[in-house]
Design a protein around this ligand. Structure first.
Ligand code: ADP
Ligand code: 5GP
Length: 204
């Protein structure tokens, strides 16, 4: 069986990454979402093991030292990381995996998994980004300012990514990401080309 593909979704906080990922998961049986570990405290309604694995700093650092993360980064003063074990098991089973992570993490993933696909989700404008962060109602004014302050720096690193999608109309943005996923599955790699040719050779 061929291995699944790793898709990374990044973009400024409030741009709609979580909303898009939720839609993608509801439309596909073979797409999995990695649950990150973080040292950030849970927001109201967030559940351990569903939204994040919430951890103390020393637990997080132990997992770093064991080589247990695909990538990790300090984002706005808290650690966030992608646990390796589950993601690799899903990929080995042939499932695709979505990582909703920040730019620093995405760059590490591309380095360690060169076949991964990096998608950057942009807001229609900075004004709309602020409206979405405020409208979400999950962050204090101070946290919103911190995240707005980081947005331009994140967007300036878009050149590290393979695709960009503007999340103006949600349906169109989800369809654009689905189109990327389809195209990436049609793309030939050394490994997939050999597997396809082998399958046809076996028939004769
Ligand atoms: P992120 O995961 O990037 O931080 P969210 O998915 O939490 O962002 O979205 C931030 C807010 O914007 C949420 O309240 C969400 O419902 C809203 N939102 C997401 N996409 C759209 C869209 N296309 N149009 C209008 N509102 C949106
Ligand atoms: P939030 O606190 O809003 O849930 O997430 C803050 C930022 O951390 C977002 O940009 C989100 O994509 C990023 N993030 C979440 N999980 C991970 C992770 O496992 N690794 C990295 N590098 N960033 C993450």
């Amino acid at each position: 069986m061929s291995k699944g593909k790793l898709f990374v979704i990044s973009g400024p906080s409030g741009t709609g990454k979580g909303t898009i990922c939720k839609e993608l998961l509801s439309r596909s049986d073979s797409m999995r979402l990695s649950i990150s570990m973080t040292t950030r405290g849970p927001r109201e309604g967030e559940v351990h093991g569903v939204h994040y694995f919430f951890a103390e700093r020393d637990e997080f650092i132990s997992l770093i030292n064991e080589g247990g993360f695909i990538e990790y980064a300090d984002v706005y003063g808290n650690f966030y990381g992608t646990p390796k074990k589950q993601v690799e098991a899903w990929l080995d089973d042939g499932d695709d995996v979505l990582l909703e992570i920040d730019v620093q993490g995405a760059i590490q993933v591309k380095k360690n998994y060169p076949d991964s696909v990096l998608i950057f989700v942009l807001p229609p404008s900075i004004k709309v980004l602020r409206e979405r962060l405020e409208g979400r109602g999950t962050d204090s004014a101070q946290v919103i300012e911190k995240r707005m302050g980081g947005a331009l720096g994140e967007i300036s690193l878009i050149g590290e990514y393979d695709y960009s999608v503007v999340n103006d109309n949600l349906e169109e943005a989800v369809e654009a990401v689905e189109a990327v996923i389809r195209v990436e599955h049609l793309k030939l790699t050394g490994e997939s080309a050999e597997e396809i040719a082998g399958r046809y050779r076996q028939e004769v």
